[in-house]
Design a protein around this ligand. Structure first.
Ligand code: HEC
Ligand code: HEC
Ligand code: HEC
Ligand code: HEC
Ligand code: HEC
Length: 394
């Protein structure tokens, strides 16, 4: 675990202190249907436990959600809220019977383990990564604002709450995502001259929003608890761009090379989990419009597949081919990144960048029909994230 460096730098503190103003962030990303409930009246509101000791006023996220309705709805839909019910997690953890899996998917409060290796909760495991996992501070809850000490949940201010090296690294550095960000162009540690303004994990995954924290409360600057990632088409589209280089071959036909640029992720893509991948594919039509290479045809799919970008499973013997921030590449060793097609003299084509949550997500006509709606609950399909059309030949 790296030492929490973010707040040791006076400059970082200054910059972070001002990031709300300095950095264009917060695009208002919002899950589709955040329910609004009427303000709570006395009797409906949960009663806090008396102050004192290490017992917080409320224990479950649903209790927090009775007052913090919007944040609760966002969290509930997010993959932090789903970390124990996610079907893929249930399958790979033998229906949650592997004890070693629980510590990051349903941890006790992270401050208690000193922002180091999380510890598994022994109870309330369905709560997954709960409000208290991130907010409990003894008998209090921590927040970024301060000055709300009279509120029933007993909030206290704690700068650690916005220190991403503490908040996010404990779980998201097992595949190096945290370090990729620290080494990359968006961190406070990037060399001068900077290629990009500082953007932390929170800037890109918890977009800024102005709203009351509780029904009927004062409007404040806060952040959405959405954490959109690989399940969100909108977030994936921010990550990558595609461009195509076309060369006529001396013996006839053309060479098609497809480049991918990591234009918007603060770390390498695909991010984090080893089962994710980005793949490039080529579709070609002749001058009459007849398809001559079709990535959804099982017989042609291997030929139409140009490159794979992925952090492969340990022990696979394969080299890591994730794309670093801002890099533009056609291949990093898995696939040639181009295809020579002698029969392609003139016509049109498309380059596809396809995202897979798992290696078994198949690319076929049904998965394409699913379209590019931002449906974060839909699993098990390969999705086209970027599609670039082009023309070739005379
Ligand atoms: C060190 C913390 C940690 C431990 C321990 C851990 N995980 Fe995870 N897990 C994560 C993080 C962080 C993610 C999110 C990564 C991502 O989104 O790419 C994740 C995501 C997953 C996913 C992806 C879910 C999806 O929808 O695609 C699966 C499946 C998973 N973990 C299974 C397991 C299993 C099985 C174990 C036990 C063998 C385990 N995890 C132990 C931190 C952990
Ligand atoms: C009975 C209503 C109620 C419940 C239940 C409740 N809170 Fe609060 N919470 C408030 C109020 C009121 C504020 C202050 C809002 C304001 O002044 O804008 C607040 C503020 C906060 C803050 C902001 C603190 C800061 O300084 O930035 C956090 C964080 C917080 N609550 C977390 C939680 C968590 C976690 C739970 C569940 C364990 C919870 N709350 C349960 C009413 C509640
Ligand atoms: C206690 C461990 C833990 C902490 C702390 C944590 N995460 Fe996660 N995160 C996870 C796990 C586990 C998953 C995957 C859950 C699943 O899919 O089953 C995940 C998923 C995600 C995703 C992907 C959602 C998707 O679409 O698959 C993003 C983005 C994310 N986290 C960002 C963050 C950020 C930013 C922070 C810091 C504020 C953070 N996380 C803190 C464990 C953690
Ligand atoms: C993965 C960690 C994580 C989880 C889980 C989490 N929060 Fe937060 N929360 C944060 C961070 C980080 C901030 C600080 C954001 C900022 O800079 O404003 C925050 C801020 C807040 C605030 C202050 C207002 C704001 O928007 O910044 C409230 C209130 C709050 N959270 C309530 C909750 C509640 C209620 C839940 C559960 C439904 C919850 N949080 C779950 C990490 C988390
Ligand atoms: C400049 C914006 C930006 C910053 C900064 C950033 N991310 Fe991301 N992140 C993205 C984009 C875009 C994606 C979607 C691409 C993908 O999933 O590969 C993403 C995806 C993810 C995922 C999804 C993985 C999955 O399997 O679904 C996780 C987890 C994640 N980021 C964690 C973090 C953490 C932790 C930090 C801080 C150390 C961070 N991100 C900083 C933009 C950013």
């Amino acid at each position: 675990m790296k030492p929490p460096r973010l707040f040791r730098h006076p400059i970082a503190v200054l910059l972070l202190g001002g990031y709300g103003l300095l950095i264009a962030c917060g695009d208002g990303d919002k899950p589709a249907d955040v329910p609004t409930t009427p303000p709570l009246t006395g009797a409906e509101a949960p009663q806090p436990t008396p102050a004192g000791g290490d017992t917080p006023a409320y224990r479950t996220s649903a209790e927090c959600g009775r007052c913090h309705t919007e944040i609760y709805a966002e969290w509930k839909q997010s993959y932090h809220g789903r970390a124990m019910s996610d079907p893929l997690f249930r399958e790979l953890s033998a229906e949650v019977n592997k004890e070693e899996c629980i510590r990051c998917h349903a941890p006790v409060n992270l401050r208690d383990s000193g922002w180091d290796t999380p510890v598994a909760r022994s109870e309330l495991r369905d709560e997954a990564i709960s409000c208290l996992s991130c907010h409990q501070n003894g008998g209090n809850v921590s927040g970024p604002h301060g000055g709300m000490e009279d509120a029933p949940c007993r909030p206290v201010q704690d700068p650690d709450q916005i220190d991403v090296v503490k908040m996010c690294f404990v779980c998201h550095n097992q595949h190096d995502t945290g370090n990729e960000w620290l080494r990359g162009p968006y961190s406070h540690e990037a060399g001068e001259p900077r290629e990009r303004d500082i953007r932390t994990c929170l800037d890109c995954h918890m977009p800024e929003v102005e709203r009351p924290l509780v029904q009927g409360g004062k409007v404040r600057k806060g952040r959405r608890h959405t954490w959109f990632g690989g399940h969100s088409m909108k977030q994936l589209k921010k990550a990558a761009d595609v461009d195509v280089q076309i060369e006529a071959l001396p013996a006839g036909g053309h060479r098609f090379r497809v480049f991918v640029t990591n234009k918007g992720a603060g770390h390498a893509i695909p991010t984090d989990a080893r089962h994710r991948s980005f793949d490039t594919y080529l579709l070609l039509r002749d001058a009459q419009g007849k398809t001559i290479l079709d990535p959804t045809d099982p017989q042609q799919q291997d030929r139409a597949h140009l490159a794979k970008f992925r952090k492969f499973y340990r022990g696979s013997g394969k080299k890591d081919t994730q794309i670093p921030p801002l890099a533009r590449v056609a291949t990093l060793g898995e696939g040639k990144g181009y295809l020579d097609v002698p029969e392609a003299t003139s016509g049109t084509g498309e380059a596809w960048l396809v995202y897979r949550l798992t290696p078994r997500d198949v690319l076929n006509k049904a998965s394409l029909k699913a379209g590019d709606e931002d449906d974060i609950g839909r699993l098990w399909r390969a999705r086209v994230v970027v599609r670039v059309e082009f023309r070739f030949g005379p």
